[in-house]
Design a protein around this ligand. Sequence first.
Ligand code: DP6
Length: 349
Amino acid sequence: MSHAVTCTAPVNIAVIKYWGKRDEELILPINSSLSGTLSQDQLHARTSVMARADFASDAIWLNGKQESIENPRLQNCLREIRKLAAAKQTHQQGAPLPTDKVHICSVNNFPTAAGLASSAAGYACLVYALAQLYKVGDSLAEVTKLARVGSGSACRSIYGGWVRWVMGEAADGSDSIAEQVVDEHHWPEIEVLILVVSDHKKTTSSTAGMQTTVETSSLVKHRADKVVPQRMEDIQNAIRARDFETFGRITMQDSNQFHAVCLDTYPPITYLNDVSRGIIDMLTKYNAHKGKIQAAYTFDAGPNAVIYLPRENVNEVVNLVRHFFPPAVGAEAAFVRGFRDVPAAPVDA
Ligand code: DP6
């Protein structure tokens, strides 16, 4: 007998960045973080999982190519899910046995590992699908913990809307969970533009980069202890009040500080390129010209820009980007308009 589930999960883009772990194995962060979950229509991972007693071994295919199942993060997720499945007193009706082998097939509809949070959507989707398959993870909070051990930022993709990942204090990670701040209907005027500056694989992975940062940067400790706690408060208040001026300022400041911390790492990590810096410059001048914040940039571990902005400013900003970064100068800006909406969800296979 076979059991199968297919799910999709969206990308999330942090406005208060997660950067640095206090526990590498459990993926416990040194600071809390906050993100917006993008529309499933635009950028998502889609994952099918199938368990059968007669599969010889676990196996995974990513974007059509078979990959090693031995990836430690993947193994952590599978182990935790099976542990929960085995712990259920009675065998769950319609669920596979924890000992059954599983085949996983996952596809992203956007460039993998180009600083577009592919691991977040990928692990959120995988864990959500496995939790459905094995009928474990009784609350979404529980599922966010399972997603976290795959990739830290993945825990935030379990919810739609605006989501915080509370760093927690417990050594076993039991209180390091993601929570929804407000849902996708709270601030429908906000849109997201993604300017794909480069779709090449990034040179320093987030995992390796943040490890070197924690080992070598003195700035990151100041950031985690003294800066982020207040920013988390302030940005949540701004989101609740739909105050774009405050939201936009904190978003840009936090992106700037994250990349400053990367530069304070030794050897330094540079994710931004000349086009990224040009986009920052353009939006800074645009906001100054208007006398208020009209659009806010943020950059993850790559050169691509994500711009949060009220819908009424989209056309103007798109025109500015087309004018200053035509494809001929190598910007290769592509536009993705994203409304934030539903979280990880099962789909009909
Ligand atoms: C810059 O979640 O990819 O996107 O936990 O090691 O898998 P691991 O790292 P990952 O790091 C994301 C870093 C970031 C900021 C963010 O999304 O908060």
